[in-house]
Design a protein. Structure first.
Length: 186
């Protein structure tokens, strides 16, 4: 009878610890885009690049946006883009608008990358790279084709490393199992 209670207690604490590790909550990083210029084709030296540290092997699961943009004539709003990539190049390219003309526009929305089959992991360095670029260069070199006037992107991700609270829960479980084992030996 005593062995059954001990085994049940052990299984309970193992299950709680495993649930804490498997059920990691989605975390968020917000990137302010106000004032960022959109200059050149992806990969060119003049583009604005922002690097975020999400933690080693974190998985990017969602992207939300709320921004105002302007494309300078003759460039189109549909030419403006942002690439979200890991150091190894995995990721997605986000087109700012579907409007094939210059002018200003407001956009907001979200995408669950997991539902779309586009979720990806950052590398061991933990870096997510955002590059603001153009899909077609209309203006002379050094002139911005467009501008991100205001707003932000919110990147949702799940950390590959358990949070400190998960380790605390596992430690409490192990202590309880140890105490039960010690009491049982007496």
């Amino acid at each position: 009878m005593r062995n059954t209670k001990f085994v049940r207690a052990l299984l309970f604490f193992v299950a709680v610890a495993a649930a804490g590790i498997a059920g990691a909550a989605e975390q968020h990083q917000v990137v302010n885009v106000a004032g960022i210029q959109s200059y050149d084709l992806q990969g060119e030296a003049g583009n604005t690049v922002i690097e975020l540290n999400l933690g080693a092997l974190a998985q990017v699961t969602s992207i939300s946006w709320n921004y105002d943009i302007t494309a300078h004539d003759p460039s189109w709003l549909a030419d403006m883009q942002v690439s979200f990539t890991s150091s190894s190049g995995d990721g997605v390219v986000f087109t700012a608008s579907a409007t094939a003309e210059s002018g200003s526009e407001h956009q907001e929305g979200s995408a669950d990358l997991g539902d779309l089959g586009l979720a990806f992991k950052v590398g061991a360095d933990g870096k997510l790279r955002l590059e603001f670029s153009e899909s077609f260069k209309d203006l002379a070199p050094g002139q911005a084709d467009g501008q991100w006037d205001a707003g932000s992107f919110t990147i949702g991700y799940v950390s590959a490393v358990p949070e400190p609270s998960t380790y605390a829960m596992m430690m409490l479980g192990l202590l309880a199992v140890g105490a039960a084992a010690r009491r049982r030996q007496r």
